[in-house]
Write a protein that binds this ligand. Structure first.
Ligand code: SPV
Ligand code: MG
Length: 435
């Protein structure tokens, strides 16, 4: 009788967003050692150490499952391998040797220490030179993205991240900054997740007040220029959505170009920016009317992933938590996919009082905060209080305004431009953004 040979088990952790010969090399080596289980990193695990993946988990899983060297694919929901290693107790872990330094150094040491418990071994495959997923990804980003892929990204982010960081972007250059800026802090990878298309910023850069003097068509054509050079999702500030008879056209235009969410606020009459102290003459819509708008917007969309966001202005107009809560429940019931609760207080007390109550409601939807006035509030406190998206609504606009005033004054005062150079980037620095 033939003795049954126990096949060795091999574990490989992969993001597998973009597969190239380096990955195949790792898998081939692994499969020579035994049966290969790939620990496929979730969106959330990947975004803790590098850019958010282009392909979602399911798409990446299908590709891996059909590679001959792979026996099984399991979820790895953190960059830390230990949970899965303790579960599967593999004889080997195989990895490229490119993780000895940098953000994965600690993870590697944890793998070695954990494997020791059952005399497992880490096998490192020589890194395949001149090719890396991140490089390929940068190349792909140069080509762009599809509207569908961009649109659905917001829902994926909501599932994957604790908080989604959105910042105002009013032209292609500011869009490029959002797209490309990455920071490593405390061994964490940090980036903005998307762009806020702000009515205030879109109006101000055209020298107009934020009262819808700049129409949707003008704003959408400006937005197209941002979409041309970026891949991250966009949340569109649609003021109060305009007339109910026109809402379906707006929803369709936004969906067609790949916007992920449209925010409509429950105010009526000539629009005034919410941050103005004086809100005299501004009225809030009736719950019934506003729900009609939400229902119309919902009926007009063709993608499940497109978010209709209801923005509640109760606090802006001096009303209390009860009014805001009543509205949130009604709007959610009418089909809003998320709720933006606005405030112009210096502290987040009222929005936190609101979220505390709303979290207990069966109508709870993802909550959005716009901390323009309560800017001392940290993102971690928003998370603690149940918020899922933070919008920095006007910061690039204000940054640009400050910088241009300083430069203009400096040149006029000094009658030459040398002194202004401390306030400006070099041309090379600006051009480095442009591919
Ligand atoms: C915007 O950015 O245009 C907004 C947010 O709607 S706020 O300015 O606070 O009203
Ligand atoms: Mg606005």
């Amino acid at each position: 009788m033939k003795k049954k040979i126990h096949k060795k088990s091999v574990y490989v952790g992969f993001a597998a967003d973009i597969l190239h010969k380096g990955h195949i090399n790792v898998l081939k080596t692994a499969s020579k050692l035994g049966e290969v289980t790939v620990g496929l990193l979730t969106d959330s695990a990947i975004s803790s150490y590098k850019k958010f993946p282009l392909l979602d988990y399911k798409q990446r899983e299908i590709v891996l499952k059909n590679i001959i060297h792979v026996k099984k694919v399991v979820k790895q929901d953190s960059l830390d391998y230990r949970k899965n290693l303790l579960r599967f107790k593999p004889d080997f872990v195989v990895h490229g040797d490119d993780w000895k330094d940098g953000i994965q150094k600690k993870v590697r040491q944890q793998v070695i220490d954990t494997l020791k418990k059952w005399s497992g071994k880490l096998i490192e495959v020589q890194y395949t030179k001149n090719i890396s997923s991140s490089q390929i990804k940068d190349k792909i980003l140069e080509i762009g993205t599809s509207p569908e892929s961009r649109l659905s990204r917001l829902r994926r982010l909501i599932k994957a991240k604790k908080i989604i960081k959105i910042i105002e972007s009013h032209n292609a250059l500011t869009g490029l900054v959002v797209e490309n800026l990455k920071i490593f802090k405390n061994k964490k990878f940090l980036e903005f997740d998307g762009m806020w298309s702000s009515s205030l910023a879109d109006s101000a850069v055209r020298g107009k007040p934020d009262n819808q003097a700049v129409d949707y068509s003008t704003r959408i054509s400006g937005l197209s220029e941002i979409l041309d050079v970026t891949t991250k999702p966009v949340i569109f500030d649609a003021d109060n959505g305009g007339r109910i008879e026109h809402i379906s056209y707006l929803v369709q235009s936004l969906e067609r170009i790949g916007v992920s969410a449209m925010v409509i606020e429950d105010k009526i009459g000539l629009k005034k920016n919410s941050l103005f102290k004086d809100q005299k003459g501004i009225k809030q819509d009736s719950i019934k009317n506003f729900c009609k708008k939400l229902i119309k917007a919902k009926q007009s969309k063709s993608s499940d992933d497109f978010f209709i966001v209801a923005r509640i202005e109760s606090f802006i107009l001096g009303k209390g938590v009860d009014d805001a809560l009543k509205r949130a429940k009604a709007y959610s019931k009418a089909g809003a996919d998320a709720i933006l609760i606005h405030s112009k207080e210096k502290k987040p007390n009222e929005i936190f009082a609101f979220s505390k109550k709303f979290q207990k409601s069966k109508y709870l939807k993802p909550l959005i905060a716009v901390p323009s006035t309560y800017s001392k509030t940290y993102e971690r406190d928003l998370v603690k209080n149940g918020f899922k998206i933070v919008i920095y609504a006007n910061h690039f606009l204000r940054a640009v305004h400050l910088a241009i005033k300083k430069v203009a004054k400096s040149i006029l005062t000094n009658q030459r431009s040398f002194e202004s150079e401390k306030y400006i980037d070099s041309i090379q620095e600006v051009l480095s953004l442009i591919k």
